[in-house]
Design a protein around this ligand. Structure first.
Ligand code: MG
Length: 334
């Protein structure tokens, strides 16, 4: 086995005269010696990678925790997304969950499970994507795990930890009749980007395609919404209707959305996909990671939030009074 220091790490993969290194060509310690220096440990990490666990400082007496995984050919395609995109996306998905509780992310743990035929360069690209996304949010990379997998398998998983800074968590079950339903972020663009990539039309809406490759959740808005009094909140990972239905069910209420509030989002996508598909993207498109919350009636919504409707007695989700099925992304059924 080669030592990592002997290898041409600065050469592009596939450069003539340089063999492409795969994970089978390096041992785990040599791979870690390339990965770990890419990560910043951040202010909350009292002890970073290297021992059996990291040590993370806490404030407020509680830690919030979540995990999210991406699997090749289920959650990304190599033809569409670079390793860097995948790394940044799996961080964004996790940090959006922390924000949706009203929390501030403090640290992440990273697991990569890979076929030994995976190139070292791909793993380093994922590392760089994770490192950049974490650095942007001042989040420590605390450590993780590397494991080998059967041919073809490639998976990147993150466990994110966060702090509520002494506030109570904002749950899905707190919406009350009379509350205002509001969103922060875009709707349907990531799904539109998926459809454009799928049909080879990625040049037609670069913003939508970029958001499909890597979402841009409004992370700072989670704690701001909590401070402003949000009664319930989640991030839109599986589609507006499916996620809004989760809030409705958990809270025992109806979310009555206003079609005119969604019209600008639909109009935004209509030029590239037509009105019907644009509506479907806005209502059922996953992976957007905008924040959906309810706020008590009469409070001023925080800057960046816009009203989508009201909370009523009843159940389910309606648009202009018409009941909508909770369609959207589901991992195990179409
Ligand atoms: Mg979520």
């Amino acid at each position: 086995m080669s030592d990592a220091s002997d290898l041409p790490v600065d050469e592009p993969v596939g450069t003539p005269g340089h063999a492409v290194r795969t994970l089978a060509d390096v041992n785990e310690d040599a791979l870690l010696a390339e990965i770990l220096p890419v990560f910043a440990t951040g202010p909350a990490a009292l002890l970073g990678p290297g021992d059996d666990t990291a040590v993370l400082a806490t404030t407020g007496g509680s830690v919030i925790a979540t995990t999210d995984t991406m699997v090749r050919d289920r959650d990304w395609r190599d033809a569409w997304s670079s390793g860097r995109d995948v790394g940044a996306k799996v961080v964004a998905q996790n940090l959006a969950d922390i924000a949706a509780m009203g929390g501030r992310p403090t640290g992440v743990l990273v697991t990569v499970v890979a076929d030994p035929a995976t190139t070292v360069e791909w793993v380093l690209e994922v590392t760089r994507g994770i490192a950049a996304a974490c650095q942007e949010s001042h989040v420590a990379v605390l450590g993780g795990d590397l494991s080998s997998a059967p041919p073809g398998t490639l998976m990147v998983s993150i466990t994110a930890l966060g702090s509520l800074d002494g506030r109570p968590p904002v749950l899905r079950r707190g919406a009350r009749p009379g509350d205002v339903v509001a969103v922060c972020g875009t709707l349907g663009l990531a799904a539109a980007g998926w459809r454009l990539l799928e049909s080879g039309r990625e040049d037609e809406d670069t913003q939508a395609v970029a958001l499909q490759r890597c979402p841009c959740p409004p992370l700072a808005q989670g704690p701001l919404a909590a401070t402003a009094g949000a009664t319930s909140m989640l991030d839109l990972s599986d589609g507006l209707l499916r996620d809004a239905t989760r809030v409705a069910r958990a809270s025992g209420v109806r979310l009555a959305l206003d079609g005119s509030a969604l019209a600008p989002d639909i109009r935004r996508i209509t030029p590239v996909l037509g009105p019907d598909l644009a509506r479907e993207c806005v209502l059922a498109g996953g992976e957007e990671h905008a924040l959906l919350a309810t706020f008590p009636c009469g409070i001023r919504l925080p800057a960046g939030w816009r009203a989508l409707g009201v909370v009523e007695q009843g159940d389910g989700v309606t648009i202009d009074g018409v009941a909508e099925k909770p369609r959207g992304w589901d991992h195990f059924s179409p």
